[in-house]
Design a protein. Sequence first.
Length: 302
Amino acid sequence: MENEHRHPLFCLRAPTLVTLKIASIRRRNEMKASVSLTSVALAFATPFVHVSAFGSRPEAGRCSGENIVTIGRRPFLASAAAAAAAATLAAPAPASADVEAVPGSVSTYAYRSGGLPTLRPLGLGLLQRYEGYTEAPAKSSRRQIAVSFDFPSDWFQLDKLGGGVTYVDQRNGDKLYLLRTTLPKGTTLTTVPKTFFADSVFDPRGDIVRSGTVVEGGRVAKSTILNDGEEKGSLPRRRLLMKYDVVTGSGVQTVERRGLVDAYEVDGDAYMLVTGSNAVKFEAKGKERDTVEAIVDSFRVQ
């Protein structure tokens, strides 16, 4: 080869991590180039690679070892770049931070549809009835699903602009959520294992966790079929009691919580009203428990 020489600095063992630095000074300007390769596998059946990179004047030194292959700088860079590109294409793509949800595994907000809901005062005004519409399942012939439930009129609405239906009692932190999820293929609301609901509601990709609630554990303690849906015109309905912990704002303590889930099935999707309460107050069977039980009892889907 012409304009090539051997230099001890470039006696390289392949494959290995190679950093190639080329420096030449012309007209007092310094040019530096660095090429980093994760695995250089040149198409030579030899354990040693010799790269000529400096100038055109031959040097006297010779690399130790046998089967020395001498290649020029430009062919080496071209081969190295091709090897790096091939390694990049062959490597598995990193998982996206926003992983697409697996159908039927994640509970998301049952977003409002068809305009704002109506909030109708009940009795002396301590309670109000939420009446509105939410999106129907994609495979349904219906466009909207009518939902309603009763809750205390002094509960504060969260995510008003986002379209989700979430309210909180600012005195004790009790909450309610209107959620939906797709049931696994081959199951119905009455046949799906009860563990599905805890996994779905507390899935890290679900809207409860994504809204900022850090949940630990989560299991279904009780499940009751309220309606099997066999009567004409009725929808399957199921009630569940869940036990779970939430991490406090300090991040070092957890608080036991109890969740009530009232679910209806519409065309393969479960529409759920979920409440969350402090476990101690819930188990005390006082006003707090009466309130959340009345909320889920009033839930209707049509």
